[in-house]
Design a protein around this ligand. Sequence first.
Ligand code: ADP
Ligand code: MG
Length: 252
Amino acid sequence: MTRILVIANQKGGVGKTTTALNLGAVLAGQGQRVLLVDLDPQASLTAFLGFDPYRLPRSSYSLLMYDGMTLGRILQTPRTNLALAPGSIDLATAAIKLVQEQHPLTRLRAALRESRMLFDVVLIDTPPGLNVLTVAGFLAAGEVLIPAQCDHLAMLGVRAILDLARRVRDEMGNPGLKVCGVLPTLFDSEAAYAQKTLDDMRALVPVLQTVIPYDTHITDAPHQGKLILDYAPDSPGGAAYRRLADEIRQRE
Ligand SMILES: Nc1ncnc2c1ncn2[C@@H]1O[C@H](COP(=O)(O)OP(=O)(O)O)[C@@H](O)[C@H]1O
Ligand SMILES: [Mg+2]
């Protein structure tokens, strides 16, 4: 069975794309067949993996806009076991057209479920804000993973995502959708409020055991054109993404 996780938070800059990238790369390194789907018009996941989003002939735009578009026609394979359905700026247009022209939001779901290509794990990276691209990701997924920075407004973004997950499950036709949990990211153990925010969050919503620390190796790696697991595998950030991969696999 393919596990499909959508990675979402209404807030930007909380580590969604970093998590898709590094979790995907670690799982691929463990021999899992991984597909990353970039649904963000900013296409940072695609750019992080070394592709120029302006030069790719097709992107996940095609999966959202055309019936019967197959994954095989858009995929790139940046690493062994790691495939990418790239993003592009066109996704901004898709968001408008999907609404105005009343396209179905279930084409991504169909493309993933009907694919003959075999993946163990699919990670869908979504844009910040809650729009139809996020909803298309939620409709396609089996689980929602919510990266969140432990600051005083974190719960707002988390609640919005939990609310969307409930609506997609109960009212929009994806009854099997589960919440995998909140992933604390950019965790600054020196900040007095961070641990308190994390404790408060644990009391209110499902939170994963793994905490991703604030680690400059994570910001530096892309500047070297590398993933954290190649650039600084034993850094706090690199080690945390390995623990996350283990935790996600244990929850299977
Ligand atoms: N754990 C971390 N420690 C330090 N910097 C991080 C960490 N996670 C992400 N970043 C940096 O924060 C910025 C935003 O991360 P990103 O994954 O793009 O967020 P999002 O996709 O939620 O907008 C990026 O520059 C990224 O390199
Ligand atoms: Mg992002």
